[in-house]
Design a protein around this ligand. Structure first.
Ligand SMILES: Cc1cc2nc3c(=O)[nH]c(=O)nc-3n(C[C@H](O)[C@H](O)[C@H](O)COP(=O)(O)OP(=O)(O)OC[C@H]3O[C@@H](n4cnc5c(N)ncnc54)[C@H](O)[C@@H]3O)c2cc1C
Length: 159
């Protein structure tokens, strides 16, 4: 295995967490996909999974059962009880929803930036007219069912 340094953030979430223990090994941190991309957190999850794995190894050593998968399985139970798995489970739908809805990275940022520009530009146009113009732009780029569907998707991704 080679050391790598060009670091990508593993944002697959709950549904991409691999088997986390086996005979003589446990996976912690980014290598297990323990990143909460909704909150831009990874360091704290890496430290917590590392601590739980270390505690599991200490107990396995103390009871003299060696480091076979069965002895290390308590790492998975400890993970399941921790905030790490609870938080990743909470946002389990987010990666798939964002992956299949590029409008959240294209259409909406453009519309929001345009709305902000319209509102803060001092050009003698009253705010009610500007608001009407902004709503019109949203309706032009997304149908009403599209807007409602996107709102539902966002709610589902982040609830
Ligand atoms: C641009 C960016 C911004 C981020 N911002 C935040 C943030 O604001 N807040 C936050 O909480 N998290 C953030 N993260 C995520 C956070 O950095 C990671 O989740 C965290 O560092 C993972 O820790 P780790 O120990 O699992 O892996 P790493 O920190 O990647 O450590 C793995 C280490 O193993 C070494 N290594 C790899 N292969 C080998 C090998 N074969 N032999 C020996 N050594 C090897 C690597 O060089 C590396 O030093 C960010 C990540 C990136 C890329």
């Amino acid at each position: 295995m080679k050391e790598y340094c060009a670091h990508l953030i593993p944002e697959g979430g709950f549904n991409t967490i691999p088997q986390v223990y086996g005979n003589g090994w446990m996976i912690v941190g980014d290598s297990g996909g323990f990143v909460n991309s909704a909150h831009r957190e990874g360091s704290n999850l890496a430290m917590t999974t590392g601590r739980l794995a270390a505690e599991t190894a200490i107990v396995a050593k103390a009871v003299g059962r060696g480091y076979r998968a069965q002895a290390l399985s308590t790492y998975k139970s400890a993970l399941d009880r921790s905030f790490v798995i609870k938080d990743l489970y909470k946002y389990r739908h987010m990666p798939e929803i964002l992956r299949h809805n590029p409008q959240f990275f294209t259409t909406y940022p453009d519309l929001i930036a345009s709305a902000a520009r319209t509102m803060i530009t001092v050009d003698g146009v009253d705010k009610a007219t500007k608001k009407h113009e902004i709503v019109g732009k949203f309706r032009k780029h997304r149908t009403l069912p599209g807007l409602l569907g996107d709102a539902y998707k966002l709610w589902r991704a982040f609830r």
